[in-house]
Design a protein around this ligand. Structure first.
Ligand SMILES: Cc1cc2nc3c(=O)[nH]c(=O)nc-3n(C[C@H](O)[C@H](O)[C@H](O)COP(=O)(O)O)c2cc1C
Length: 363
């Protein structure tokens, strides 16, 4: 990444005050943004989490001025369990985002999963003025196009497709897995009837190539990155423990880096949502500076409550005003890989520079 405009990731130099010489007041800063063709009043989106599956949570997010919400995912495994019985659902269970399923326990346990999801979507639409994005969590093409269509017709403003997959089968190579995923994405994008964003994991061999292929498959946005739950080992019982932990600002580095690399590569009309590790107003400014259209937050809002959105917006307004930006759009992309001719060499140079700076710690 390189600072081209004195943004938060680059030199601390402040931009001058507004063009007419007057200073910008935080209250006058325009936080609006566009995401998946939708107009959002704020770049803060509540990511899929228990908060967005709860009526009170949704109401409070709306009151705090959230830009949009993503509902907790409708899981392929739950649909399978409903369609072909519990056995099929359990067989697929190893791939499931376990901790997240817990947040729709009623959906997971009973029949009528899709109906309940649609009811939840309708409720969310009734409670919020901000756009409501439905979320599908799939691993295979299956019947997803049917559900994508249903959600689009039921009033979802857009869809997020979360392809949560652990490539743990040694007989399948990256090309096979990616081809299957692209087929799924392309079918969902074609049939959804609303814009689709694909939420990716950071674990692809050639991320820039795959991200471009996802955009070519019809995705109107990418969400970078899914957080995988990381199992722990219980030494007392010698078992594997599913472990859910909330993120920290230190987790921001990975999505920040890839947003900066991908923004200039992807077509301009493909939106970018940054998720994982956004906790403060500074984090949001960094995300926007590298080219994100929105940030998607779960951990911070779960820990601090939905009202935190308001405080974050104030912090962002203040930072923007103080640094001479009248709007989120003014800041967007100020720090990016766009001006670097050879991003791979640039990344490698930064890597060696970082290692050398750490060598000093060993002396
Ligand atoms: C408790 C919890 C439940 C989640 N449920 C879902 C889900 O249903 N679907 C999904 O795509 N992501 C889910 N996520 C991931 C979040 O949407 C988000 O992308 C991730 O936590 C990174 O953001 P953060 O660093 O702000 O937590 C969940 C995260 C948490 C912590």
């Amino acid at each position: 990444m390189t600072a081209t405009d004195g943004g938060p990731g680059g030199s601390p130099a402040k931009r001058p005050v507004a063009g007419d010489g007057t200073s910008i007041r935080p209250m006058d800063v325009d936080l609006s943004t566009r995401y998946l063709g939708l107009s959002l009043a704020s770049p803060i989106v509540a990511a899929a989490s228990p908060l967005t599956g709860d009526a009170d949570g949704l109401r409070r997010l709306g009151d705090a001025g959230v830009g949009a919400v993503v509902l907790p995912s409708l899981f392929e495994e739950d649909m399978l369990a409903e369609d072909v019985g519990l056995a099929a659902g359990l067989e697929e269970g190893s791939r499931v985002f376990h901790e997240a399923r817990e947040y729709f326990p009623d959906l997971a346990a009973e029949k009528g999963v899709a109906d309940r999801y649609l009811a939840n979507l309708e409720r969310a639409k009734g409670l919020l003025e901000a756009p409501v994005i439905a979320s599908l969590n799939a691993t295979s093409r299956g019947g997803w196009t049917r559900y994508a269509k249903l959600l689009g017709r039921a009033g979802a403003d857009a869809l997020e497709l979360n392809v949560y997959f652990v490539a743990a089968d040694a007989s399948r190579n990256a090309a096979d897995i990616e081809a299957e995923q692209l087929e799924l994405m392309s079918a969902v994008c074609r049939d959804a009837g609303v814009a689709v964003a694909v939420k990716l994991s950071p674990f692809y061999t050639a991320m820039a190539n795959f991200a471009s292929a996802v955009a070519s498959a019809g995705a109107k946005g990418l969400v970078l990155f899914n957080r995988f739950y990381q199992p722990d080992v219980d030494l007392d019982n010698m078992t594997v423990l599913p472990r859910a932990s909330l993120s920290r600002s230190a987790d921001l580095g990975l999505p920040l880096r890839w947003t900066a690399i991908l923004r200039p590569i992807l077509p301009e009309d493909v939106s970018l949502g940054l998720t994982s590790g956004v906790h403060t107003g500074h984090d949001i400014a960094k995300a926007v500076a590298v080219g994100a259209d929105v940030v998607m937050m779960a951990s911070e809002l779960l820990a601090e409550g939905p009202g935190r959105v308001q405080a974050l917006e104030s912090a962002l307004r203040e930072w923007l005003a103080e640094h001479g930006y009248g709007s989120v759009s003014d800041l967007r992309g100020s720090v990016s890989a766009a001006s670097v001719e050879n991003p791979e060499a640039f990344e490698r140079a930064n890597y060696t520079k970082t290692l050398r700076s750490l060598e000093r710690l060993g002396r």
